[in-house]
Design a protein around this ligand. Structure first.
Ligand code: XMP
Ligand code: MG
Length: 179
């Protein structure tokens, strides 16, 4: 097995870049159909979504706008649900078609927090596109979660934008913790 070390933990290969990009192509085909002539606004959630957003939008061929927000996050491998603040949310979302782009949905607390702020501006529509979803750890119902790359088991993953204590975001493949 292809193993790597990130900080104090060992990780094994989980999703190779080639497979990630194949899945992204399929999602983008769907987005190109669903949002034709709607000029959606893609809002990426930093830092984790930067690589997914980049690869996804290279395949999105419709007219669209792009923005990024940042949500203060947790450290280590456990989601606490304690979301502090959102930075950089555009203030002109009224009547727009919004697509929130996430790296991973774990408990759903982060998205719940973001979605409340987005909906408050009365956009025309709001959908979520997440590369990864951990269905077993989801604690919130998220009807906006329309586009999901991969459903994965409840294990900590790193790479392709996702970090372990700040490290590993630059890895082109996704790895899961093995010890
Ligand atoms: P919640 O629980 O709010 O979590 O849905 C979403 C955010 O938590 C981070 N997260 C992870 N980051 N590997 C990571 O590198 C993981 O396995 C993982 N699970 C959750 C991530 O920042 C995500 O936006
Ligand atoms: Mg994140």
């Amino acid at each position: 097995m292809h193993k790597i070390q990130v900080a104090d933990r060992a990780f094994g290969i989980f999703l190779e870049n080639e497979n990630i990009n194949k899945r992204i192509s399929l999602i983008s085909i769907q987005l190109n159909v669903d949002y034709e002539d709607r000029c959606p606004l893609f809002i990426g959630v930093l830092n984790g979504s930067f690589m997914f957003m980049s690869d996804l939008l290279k395949e999105v061929s419709i007219s669209c706008e792009v923005a990024f927000i940042k949500v203060s996050s947790y450290e280590g491998t456990e989601s606490t649900g304690a979301i502090k603040e959102t930075f950089g949310l555009p203030q002109d979302l009224h009547n727009r078609d919004i697509i929130i782009v996430e790296d991973i949905v774990d408990t759903g607390f982060t998205l719940e927090h973001i979605l409340a702020q987005v909906h408050a501006q009365k956009p025309a529509s709001v959908k979520v596109c997440s590369l990864l979803l951990k269905p077993e750890s989801l604690k919130k119902e998220i009807p906006e979660l329309e586009y999901v790359g991969f459903e994965i088991p409840n294990e900590f993953v790193v790479g392709y934008g996702l970090d372990y204590n700040g490290l590993g975001r630059n890895l082109k493949d996704i790895y899961r913790v093995i010890d």
